[in-house]
Design a binder for this molecule. Sequence first.
Ligand code: PLP
Length: 755
Amino acid sequence: MTKNQSLSQIYLDSNATTPVLPAAAKAAFDAMKETFGNPSSSHITGLRAKNLMEQTRKSAMHFLGVGTGKLVFTSGATEGIQTAILSSLVAAKKNIKPDESYTLLYGATEHKAVPNSLHHWNELLEINAEIKAIPVNHRGELDLDFIEKEIDNALMICTMAVNNETGVYQDLSKLEQAIRSTGNDVFWMVDCVQALGKRKLDLQATTIDYAPFSGHKLYAPKGIGLVYIRENAPFTPFIAGGGQESGLRSGTENLPGMAALKVIFDTLNGDAEDRFADHTQLTLYRNQLLTALKQAFPDVVLNHPLDNTVPTTLNFAVPHFASKEIMDLFDAANIRVSSGSACSSKVTRSFVLDAMGLPSWQSESAIRMSFGPLMTQEKCDAACARIKMAAKALGESCLTVKPAVNQKLVNGLLELKSGNSCCWLYTDADSKTAVIIDPLPELISRIVNIVNCQKLKIAAVLDTHGHADHQSSRPELESQLKMVTKTDQLGWPKHFDTVYVGENAYPTIRIGNKALLRVKTPGHTDDSVSYLLTEEIDVVKPHFKYAFCGDTILMGSLGRTNFCTSSSEQMYHSLHKLNELLASTTLICASHDYHNEFTTTLITECYRNTLLSNVLSTQSSINEFCEQKSVLDSNLNDQTGCEIQCGAYVEIDESLPIVEYDKNELSILLEKDHDAKLVDIREPHEYMLQHGIKAEENVPMTRLVEFIAQHLSDKDKHYILVCRSGTRSLVVAQALARLGFTNIGHVQGGYALNS
Ligand code: PLP
């Protein structure tokens, strides 16, 4: 283990939360130490505490232009949102007529706290109104015509001043005109969380009924917030009890939080020592960051306009990189940004950008960079330099359009994934020749970058079968790589050699001094083939290192055989054929990997897949196999969801023996056991940027199968895997253990908790 240069953290995620302003932290500490009284106590200590609380309220009321309205302290904006919704719905319920239908309206890009709370209270209070999302246009602006049309039936409308993901602000006066156009006195809540300190607010000049605020988004601690209530707007306490806050919000007050918040509002009012950067200065910082992003990633795309957003938020997408990849890269460079939210399909995407109608890839690649008014020129310069450094590391691993020169040639097998689909690139380093198997449309530009940057000659671009879940991107890839060889419909060249294995002749192409044999393995589809790679051509029975079997054998399953061109009888024979050809150490590289298992062997599969083991041990007749397979396939139809599942899933063994290490256990182990090896399984650009503890070896997940192939003969060696958060290392540890590696550990919490 070596110690690498340590990079200080660059925090660009202020829309999520902010550090506490030192003066605010000091005020909170003083409140705990000196002004610790209970504001309800009538002695001097209590009176002092109460005074501090009222001074905070006064400062906030002044800054927000509260006028004759009220400001109630809360634990944060989520509580403020509950208070507003509960108050509105309790009041609205009194006037509900049984035979009329009502709606609750909210902006489609609202923070999830809003629609979720609307659903909750609508159900709990038995209002049974229809909850409708107000659409936004591609600029993130609310559809005012929709509001005007819908407002008559609405009991409440919830909108936001500034969006947390894009920084898009709404024109509140136009919105007000639309809401009040019909004279309906609908209750109106405006979530002002992200507007504080970034947009001017004069609440008394509006007809907004409720406005929640949150301290931790602007340098106050978590656990303190405020809600504005317009004069005469209905109010129902969300927390009842001892009658604090004039009975509006019970519970002993969070004095330290209030003391800190006072410093923030005093600063906003210009009455404190600290100064917040003004709009002009913040815009300069944003422009500088944007320029740095454009230099680092020349094809970067902004996900929002600049003329209707606050200057402290940039939301962008780098073509061909998922949010998670850029997040991982930035985290390795010690820059903190955030991505969209994870949805059920496990692909991170942004519902806000989806609502704006942005192309799907922009939503899946979205990165939010946000800062606050404490940004300084020095911090901005450092952030720009670090962004460029991160992008350079990406170039050095051949992943960007402008890759750096002199990269190390990637030898052997590289796995590229998109969702659950796998594409394989095998390179013979001596001859710089490669073959690409099952290319995916989303990966074309990445493959082209790798091929050009490594100056590879491509022997063939092959499909294992006509895929049901995506169009082959082979023709497009061949054209981008300027390949002119004549091929059949799966990419197999018209001119090829023949290699005999026993009695049988197999069409073969050369990849340098390696050979790739084609074996027809119909079943999943009638055109399914398997490609078997051997590094020893001149022997009678070659050992196949890799078998690219498409969807014939998948990890934990067999390819489905209920497409119109499928045949389970043929699959039965294909499985036997593969069994004759594959060695116990041949790694099967499938075209789908639904459970992050990377690769498998026939033996590993037979161990857990009785259907397969019965076929191969001839315990199942062809008819029995077909019957059982059709039952499995019919179950599969129920679990397809939005994605076409290509394999009939069998089962997964979760009880794998993996040791988890924390920092102390790891250092003791590495001191004691010199044979134990710490392996960083992040991508090379992340490894390159690593700060703190550095692992001896880097085995990125894209190269894991090659690593497995090289280490099949020393499965007892002690490997401890490490990544950013411990998630990827656990997945890889499970994959290795499943393949019979006996001594695998991983670092729990990854670098995040152990550097
Ligand atoms: N509304 C918006 C726009 C937000 O950004 C957030 C926080 O992410 C919330 C509401 C919830 O705020 P809190 O964390 O104070 O409950």
